[in-house]
Design a protein around this ligand. Structure first.
Ligand SMILES: [Zn+2]
Length: 317
């Protein structure tokens, strides 16, 4: 009987702590102007779907010294907003100082940033990768990726991915007041980042970055195959049209909002022309030459840990 009560208390205590903590984290996201809380939601969805391992280091295979460059272990890190606003210190919004420290850590440990198209060429047998490649991805298209991230990438001679939401870029161009703490990038600014040679642009949907009526671009409950396919194709077509109009090339890479997807999501997106898929499964990727590029796992860079704690926890060293 007492053992039973103790067991229940054991289960309920962490739950109580989570209930107390979660609104605080959400509030901080809201205060940074991240009104749909895409960052927290992305993480929560991944957890709900059982997609996080908690410790990616456990999934790391031993390095093979004799593999002659045919396989690579590739960490793909997921960032969002990088700003210094005093109320922005949530577990999902990183300070520029912490991002600079990440870049320094990766460089000191021999990592070299590469684009996703480099991974694609390696997998296709037409390109090579450095011994320790790493991919940095930025979701949602925050204005501070231009004001805060680009200068740090230049300083470290590094490169990154930018996964934009078409509708956010359309709306950003109409805003009268803009701030690195909460605004999104305009198309003109996205072109600036693309032209810098430091960013490769990807799609984060045109207008499916929301938790309702559907979860990101996943199929709605009860939705027919045909209705779902039409909705996803229409969004992909809207993105393609916007990119053509705005001279932005984001036709290759697709990052699932909140990591949410359904059985046939990837097939429909492949038919729409996308080739590289980014998930929120938190593991390292092991890629092989002459083997199709799998959907890539990404590890969310939480601000709750120092650079060293985060990297070591995830087997990056
Ligand atoms: Zn997102």
């Amino acid at each position: 009987m007492f053992a039973h009560i103790r067991l229940r208390a054991k289960l309920l205590l962490p739950l109580g702590a989570a209930v107390l903590f979660f609104p605080a984290a959400l509030l901080l996201c809201f205060r940074c102007g991240n009104q749909t809380d895409p960052v927290g939601a992305e993480r929560r969805n991944a957890v709900a779907a059982g997609q996080t391992t908690g410790n990616a280091a456990q999934a790391l295979p031993p390095r093979n010294k004799t593999d002659e460059g045919n396989t690579r272990t590739v960490p793909v890190l997921m960032y969002h907003s990088v700003c210094d606003h005093p109320t922005a210190r949530s577990v999902y919004i990183l300070s520029p100082a912490a991002f600079r420290e990440d870049l320094r850590y990766l460089s000191v440990h021999g990592y070299q940033t590469v684009f996703l198209r480099d991974l694609l060429a390696f997998a296709g047998g037409t390109g090579t990768l450095p011994e320790k490649p790493v991919v940095l991805t930025f979701d949602d298209g925050f204005y501070n990726n231009l004001t805060n991230v680009l200068p740090l990438l230049k300083e470290a001679d590094a490169k990154a991915e930018l996964n934009i939401v078409g509708r956010y870029a359309d709306n950003a161009g109409k805003e009268q007041y803009r701030s690195p703490d909460y605004s999104y990038l305009t198309w003109e600014e996205i072109r600036t980042l693309q032209g810098s040679g430091r960013f490769e642009i990807g799609s984060h949907t045109y207008d499916m970055h929301a938790l309702s009526p559907r979860n990101g671009c996943a199929r709605e409950k009860g939705e027919s195959d045909e209705a779902y396919e039409n909705a996803l194709k229409a969004d992909a077509a809207a993105m393609r049209e916007a990119m053509l109009r705005e001279q932005t090339d984001a036709t290759l890479i697709f990052a699932y909002p909140y990591g949410a997807k359904s059985r046939n999501t990837q097939t429909i997106l492949e038919q729409a022309g996308f080739t590289v898929f980014l998930t929120c499964d938190e593991r390292l990727n092991v890629l092989s030459k002459n083997s199709p590029l799998p959907p890539l796992c990404r590890i969310n860079r939480t601000a709750a840990l120092t650079t060293e704690e985060f990297m070591k926890k995830n087997g990056i060293g």
